[in-house]
Design a binder for this molecule. Structure first.
Ligand SMILES: *Cc1c(COP(=O)(O)O)cnc(C)c1O
Length: 398
């Protein structure tokens, strides 16, 4: 039987069975639902997009997968060329993997080995944010800071390798003063912390982080698995502040297949480029550079550019602000809006219990968690559908 994610199987209510999906809609036997979470924030072009379907079908007729160990192919070459030219600065070296968690592991391993290759074994500490979420594998759990996901790590006691700070410049400066000798990297979900509660913060924090990282030789890693491809209203937050290593996942393939990429800059890459075999990066997920994933990712990026997705996202943000301008409720602590993300944080988690069924009846699929009722819609959503999603959220409080 299926063991479902983040769920107590004993009390779980039956999940909705999806029998078809098209555009922003999911279909069950008896209901048509706007997917207001874009299948965990990934399906930015909606379902069954004709051009994405064609890209993957065309590749399928050639081959679906060959490994990257000793082999290469057009689909992965084209995607890496595209990313190299499309991504900002000297983020040029693409290491592919099958999921966001693994891609974060890859980023952390790169940052760590960079210094080990230089004979410096002291820089082992990771600076991260409070409420951070970077995935569900062990190292990503360790740098994450959300008890609700990762309490299992308590069995090991508090980690000596990770420091968590709030998104305040004062705390940032203090952490660098205190730990800069042993700091290896600073990893953040830039501007928008997703699974930790759709928390939003200011770019000035990241600008100061960049300065401090430069000053002390600490790598800055942006986990843009959730924020990448427009979610914050920026193409990438990396367009505003340039990290040393960038991690992309979720929307990379338009939500078609699991794939992710860790993109390193020249400095990081040069730290491995050597006559010494032991300086090589010893990592290789079986399905890295999967041809179906790469072909659909390339088409997804082409659509993002040619259809001017940034203006679509701007429109989503404008409509969202307009619709929620006069909304308030004593049970709601804060309404947060950034780009294609809106979140109502409630004081008491019980306030939003039952919302999913309520939304289902109104033709919206939603999956609130903890104290957060949120929407991250596909960017192709029409105004009427977006208003329906927002009206449903407001209606719950009436
Ligand atoms: C979802 C997410 C991950 C993990 O990605 P998976 O593909 O689920 O392993 C990592 N970092 C952030 C910021 C995420 O939102």
């Amino acid at each position: 039987m299926i063991w479902y994610p983040y769920t107590q199987m004993k009390t779980m209510k039956a999940p909705y069975e999806i029998i078809d999906a098209q555009g922003v809609y999911l279909y069950t036997k008896d209901q048509k639902l706007i997917d207001s979470v874009s299948s965990w924030w990934s399906v930015i072009h909606g379902y069954k997009h004709p051009e994405l379907d064609t890209a993957i079908e065309t590749q399928l007729k050639t081959f679906s997968h060959v490994m990257l160990g000793g082999l290469t192919h057009q689909a992965v070459q084209k995607l890496s060329d595209k990313l190299q030219s499309w991504l900002p600065g000297d983020l040029d070296y693409c290491f592919f993997s099958d999921s966001g968690s693994v891609a974060v592991e890859v980023a952390l391993k790169m940052a760590l080995q960079y210094y080990i290759n230089q004979g410096d074994t002291k820089r082992t500490m990771v600076l991260a944010l409070e409420h951070a979420y970077h995935g569900d594998t062990f190292k990503t759990m360790e740098i994450g800071d959300d008890e609700d996901y990762h309490f299992v790590l308590k069995a090991y006691g508090k980690s000596k390798n990770v420091i968590h700070i709030p998104t305040e410049i004062e705390a940032l400066e203090k952490a660098f003063q205190e730990y800069h000798d042993c700091l290896n990297c600073f990893i953040v979900e830039p501007l928008l912390q997703g699974a930790g509660g759709m928390r939003m913060y200011d770019i000035s924090f990241l600008q100061r982080a960049r300065e401090l990282c430069d000053q002390y030789g600490v790598f800055l890693i942006f986990d843009e698995v959730a924020t990448g491809f427009g979610r914050t209203g920026n193409r990438f937050v990396s367009d505003l502040v340039l990290p040393d290593i960038l991690v992309l996942g979720k929307a990379l393939t338009g939500g078609y297949i699991g794939h992710a990429v860790t993109v390193a800059n020249h400095k990081v890459y040069d730290g491995f480029y050597s006559d010494d075999q032991t300086h090589a990066f010893m990592h290789g997920p079986t399905f890295m550079g999967n041809a179906l994933a790469c072909s659909v990712a390339l088409k997804s990026i082409e659509l993002f550019e040619s259809q001017d997705y940034l203006s679509k996202i701007q429109r989503i943000e404008q409509i969202t602000r307009r619709e929620l301008e006069h909304f308030s409720d004593p049970r709601v602590k804060e309404v947060r809006i950034m780009g294609g993300c809106v979140c109502m944080e409630v004081y008491d988690a019980d306030t939003i219990k039952g919302y999913q069924q309520f939304a289902y009846k109104r033709g919206v699929f939603s999956r609130p968690f903890l104290n957060y009722l949120y929407a991250m819609v596909p960017y192709v959503i029409g105004e009427a559908e977006l208003v329906q999603v927002l009206d449903t959220m407001k209606a719950w409080f009436r």
